[in-house]
Design a binder for this molecule. Structure first.
Ligand code: NAD
Ligand code: MN
Length: 348
């Protein structure tokens, strides 16, 4: 690659406050990356209230035609139905075919020599399940009746399953846990479970995953065990909604949602994104934790093949956490977002 073009979509709330930190961390890598260009792109609920669209066509076109990758902040999707509005992040994942959401959750050990207590990756299917958003409401003998379609396909389950096995193979413990609720939803979750289980026997795999061990767990007890014995998990692969919930739960184990990064990955594009939302309760105060966004930039760079740069960013973040002097209030500190960013940049 001669140059690296990164689409920047801050969107709403603290998304706008944490994304500059991710940019600063990438810029701090200097000449160890190819010539890097950031392209600011519009999307979000606030943009919708001004223009009537949450994800302008131009943003999608620039991502597809000009960018190598992107970083997304967070969007403020209202809980009530707003006519004409649809979440731009859910749409982007589908439009860019970013079929796997990879969410590493790990705690920082007291010293680099020690092992972290929590060290797992949630791999969330990113394009279907209840997020196809096919909801209807009718009136029947029980009053209003609301229904939603939950779509599970073999193709999407296989692709996310392959991502899970590939991810496990690259990790020391090489263990995949399939999360499902097939005891109740035997057709939909049953398809997910069986398809992921069959990945090692697919034509062309030729025993590549023989060293990977497979377990499975019902989603409710998976959350229970996650809190009681997080060390049993390595790679957790789940349908969209369960993956969303499990990763927020896992974030609590490591201290804050403000620490947990992700990438939305497809075969030809990658978009980094902190796991958290737009946090309206703390937006506008310069106290949002920028570390999840900064770590998302590192994950994105590693996915593109810049592992050394990713290591430098991640080590700087770990150092800041370990030192404990420059932390935002979610981690019990008193630092501002901007102060945390400059401490990370110094250490890069
Ligand atoms: P949230 O993740 O925004 O916040 C949950 C809690 O965690 C809040 O108390 C918040 O202050 C805290 N928190 C989150 N990120 C933090 C950070 N970086 N530093 C410090 N504290 C942090 O979830 P929510 O409150 O349920 O949702 C708020 C809005 O965000 C909603 O409109 C929702 O639709 C949206 N949302 C967007 C995304 C996304 O863009 N991918 C994801 C989840 C929620
Ligand atoms: Mn979420």
């Amino acid at each position: 690659r001669q140059s690296l073009k990164i689409g920047m979509i801050p969107a709403d709330g603290i998304g706008r406050e944490v994304l500059p930190g991710a940019k600063a961390a990438i810029q701090a890598l200097g000449s160890s990356l190819p010539k890097t260009e950031f392209i600011d792109l519009l999307a979000g609920f606030e943009y919708f209230t001004k223009t009537g669209t949450a994800l302008p066509q131009e943003t999608v076109e620039v991502l597809k035609n000009e960018c190598d990758c992107a970083l997304f902040g967070a969007v403020s999707s209202p809980s009530r139905k707003v006519v004409g509005y649809s979440s731009p992040i859910v749409a982007l994942r589908k439009k860019m075919d970013l079929y796997a959401n990879i969410r590493p959750v790990s705690s920082v050990a007291p010293s680099p020599e020690e092992k972290p207590q929590v060290d797992l990756v949630v791999i969330r299917e990113n394009t279907e399940c209840l997020y196809v958003k096919q909801e209807t409401q009718t009136v029947g003998e029980n009053g209003k009746e609301a229904r939603a379609t939950r779509l599970i396909t073999e193709r999407a389950s296989r692709r996310v399953g392959e991502m899970a096995f590939k991810t496990a193979l690259a990790r020391p413990r090489k263990h995949v846990t399939i999360i499902h609720k097939s005891n109740v939803l035997s057709i939909t979750d049953g398809l997910f479970r069986e398809t992921v289980r069959a990945v090692p026997t697919l034509p062309g795999v030729n025993g590549a995953y023989d060293s990977v061990t497979i377990a499975e767990q019902l989603v409710d007890s998976a959350v229970y065990r996650l809190f009681r014995e997080p060390h049993i998990y390595d790679v957790m692969v789940a349908p969209n909604l369960y993956g969303d919930i499990i990763s927020d739960a896992a974030a609590a184990l490591v201290g804050s949602l403000g620490l947990v990064p992700s990438i939305n990955a497809g075969d030809t594009f990658v978009m980094g994104e902190p796991v958290h939302g737009s946090a309206p309760d703390i937006a506008g105060q310069d106290i949002a934790n920028p570390l999840a966004a900064i770590r998302s930039a590192a994950l994105m760079l590693r996915h593109l093949g810049y592992g050394d740069g990713a290591d430098r960013i991640e080590n700087a973040v770990d150092e800041v956490i370990r030192e404990g002097r420059y932390l935002t209030p979610d981690l019990g500190g008193k630092s501002k977002t901007s102060e945390v960013v400059s401490e990370v940049v110094k250490r890069i």
